[in-house]
Design a protein around this ligand. Structure first.
Ligand code: 5GP
Ligand code: ZN
Length: 112
């Protein structure tokens, strides 16, 4: 079982900020911004490169939850970024799809 499946099943600890039947959101263990939360589906999907049309509903829920996480963290006035990394060039390290919600400081664009 992958590490984020274990987070979803609460087999390893995480600072969870939101959970429903389909999703879990929790603080990144190695934050790169003052707010850095990951939103994952409880269902194992390995990455954005593997998603299929029948997963559209849960993918939409990930983005709605990302908005909620940003709002609850007080990021709406200042702004925030939502990121999904896939594969080597994007630096994906965990092969369970996750949405990064980043904020609390100015974020450079384009990313390095
Ligand atoms: P990726 O580079 O795959 O898009 O992002 C994976 C993220 O997961 C990284 O930011 C990393 O710090 C985070 N991460 C890896 N293992 C754990 C863990 O066990 N717990 C938490 N909370 N975050 C983790
Ligand atoms: Zn998984």
């Amino acid at each position: 079982m992958c590490i984020f499946c274990k987070v979803a099943k609460r087999e390893i600890p995480a600072r969870i900020v939101f959970e429903d039947d389909d999703l879990v959101a929790f603080h990144d263990i190695n934050p790169v911004a003052p707010i850095h939360v990951l939103v994952i589906p409880k269902q194992h999907i390995s990455g954005i490169g593997e998603v299929t049309a029948d997963q559209a509903e849960v993918l939409g829920k990930l983005l709605v939850a990302a908005r909620r996480v940003a709002e609850d963290a007080g990021l709406m006035p200042s702004g925030f970024r939502v990121v999904i990394n896939h594969g080597q060039h994007a630096g994906q390290t965990v092969h369970h799809i996750h949405v990064h919600v980043l904020g609390g400081r100015p974020l450079a664009w384009p990313p390095g």
